[in-house]
Design a protein around this ligand. Structure first.
Ligand code: SF4
Length: 486
């Protein structure tokens, strides 16, 4: 029996890589951070960490696994004393999850201690890191967050905020980060604002976190999004805002609206759930065909399927049931059992699809492996026709901004046209929302071809931030200590 750290259970979605939570000025900082991270668990399920500060000392607990498995006991929380904290949930890419990569990372500097947690991906981290190593830096993790720490340490500025600004101005990429010193909680969003970061309040306490669902869980009030390129500093005199970087066009990740963010979150002034329903409506307007039922692929396809069903005036049915008790870490069934078609994660709800023409609604097709199995299952349950509608345009390119997607060669839409994909998946018809349909669903008239309003690079190949490492050649997608040694 093998314990898997990657999700082998038919999960064919891109993975969000991190969620952030920071709190300043609350007596139960660690417990609130654990709850906030629990609400952000969808953004990363492989590792979790919390750092607090109390009377001259930083306290930290970092672990592999889920928030609930590591921070639910009084023993752990009671050791994380202090009224300020930051925390992080992480999904790792290649190389597995090792504790040295679990964030927040912490370092002692000449100005004192600093903990940093990061969501996103630095696109020039490898080049910067190589340069730092040549100048004598010693790295302990493969996380590009450590690059930020080294740059802060080497900065010639005095104040921590100036050092951080100096460090960040040398970096390219998509990043939201939270940092904690003995006196300050700091939040930063990259100049394009690719990844989300919001401010909330709970009584007198301040919170900085990835999504508003982490505010809701602790009864905190949403204040505002942190602006692209903004640095927010919270200390005993309140909240201070800096915008030290050259202003760049806003390019929020449009995939957050399609899939990554929790549907009950509000991001950049828009409710994610409402946007997902809009996408379903647009999809129905663009590509509806006669059918008896609309069936979502649970759970992420549900809001788009609802919008589709309402627009097309076709009944919505839960024709596929998902087993919620299948975790990411699971004892792998033997190959023999898998071949018998063990349906660990999804099962067809025969009563609602037998003898019917079914339109399945899902949010994306990455490798196509899940879709093929689901279609097979729905046909086996007696559907007379199976059509598939996808609430994102075809995923033709990899993401380099903090979402784990396979290499292009493994992306089904990069290798096949829509008809070929339909044949492989085994559906009677397949359609994706158009890129302009997607932009309409998020409230734009259409995609601005000159200056797109969002990052949509995984659908268009139009990367808004230079891919310094990738284009420099020979860089592993995820930084590797071993690669450094070669
Ligand atoms: Fe989001 Fe795709 Fe851009 Fe990555 S490439 S940030 S997933 S829109």
């Amino acid at each position: 029996m093998t314990e898997q750290t990657s999700d082998f259970l038919d999960d064919d979605h891109p993975h969000e890589e991190c969620g952030l939570f920071g709190i300043y000025g609350h007596i139960d900082a660690a417990a609130h951070t654990a709850l906030g991270l629990h609400a952000l668990q969808h953004r990363g399920q492989e590792a979790v960490g919390i750092v607090t500060y109390d009377s001259g000392q930083f306290n930290s607990h970092r672990a592999i696994g889920l928030v609930g498995d590591n921070f639910s006991t009084e023993d752990v929380i009671s050791q994380l004393t202090g009224s300020t904290a930051i925390g992080h949930v992480r999904y790792s890419t290649t190389g597995g999850t090792v504790i040295r990569n679990v964030q927040p990372l912490f370092a002692e500097f000449k100005f004192g201690g600093l903990a940093v947690a990061h969501n996103g991906n630095l696109t020039n981290a490898y080049a910067v890191r190589r340069n730092l190593i040549e100048r004598g830096s010693i790295f302990q993790s493969t996380s590009d967050t450590e690059t930020i720490i080294h740059l802060i340490a080497r900065s010639e500025y005095g104040r921590v905020v100036d050092r951080l600004t100096d460090a960040i101005s040398q970096l390219e990429g998509a990043y939201s980060l939270v940092a904690l010193t003995g006196k300050k909680l700091i939040g930063v969003r990259d100049p394009h604002g690719v990844r989300p970061l919001v401010i909330g309040r709970l009584g007198d306490a301040y919170i900085i976190t990835s999504e508003t669902c982490a505010l809701d869980i602790i009864g905190a009030r949403f204040v505002r999004d942190i602006d692209p390129g903004e640095i927010v500093i919270i200390d005993e005199s309140g909240l201070h805002s800096l915008k030290p970087f050259t202003k760049k066009p806003r390019r929020f990740c449009i995939f957050e609206y399609i899939y990554f963010a929790r549907p009950d979150s509000m991001i950049e002034g828009k409710h994610v759930y409402a946007i997902r329903k809009n996408i379903g409506r647009e999809l129905a307007r663009e590509s509806n065909i006669p059918a008896d039922v609309i069936v979502p692929v649970p759970d992420s396809g549900v809001p788009a399927a609802l919008g589709y069903a309402q627009e097309a005036n076709i009944p919505f049915e839960l024709g596929i049931i998902r087993n919620h008790y299948v975790g990411r870490t699971f004892i792998e069934p033997t190959a023999q059992l898998r071949n018998l078609g063990v349906r660990l994660k999804h099962n067809a709800n025969q009563g609602s699809i037998k003898g019917k023409r079914v339109i399945l609604v899902d949010d994306s097709i990455v490798r196509g492996t899940t879709s093929t199995k689901i279609v097979e299952m729905v046909r086996a349950a007696g559907a007379t026709e199976v059509h598939m509608r996808i609430s994102s345009p075809p995923t033709t390119h990899s993401c380099f901004y903090g979402i784990d997607t396979p290499e292009r060669e493994q992306l089904m839409a990069a290798q096949h046209n829509v008809q070929q994909m339909a044949d492989i998946i085994g559906v009677d018809s397949l359609a994706f929302i158009s890129i302009d349909g997607l932009y309409r669903a998020v409230g734009e008239a259409k995609r601005d071809q000159e200056l797109p309003q969002y990052c949509d690079a995984c659908f268009t190949g139009d990367y808004p931030i230079p891919l310094v490492d990738r284009d420099g050649g020979g860089m592993p997608k995820q930084l590797s200590l071993l690669a450094e040694r070669d």
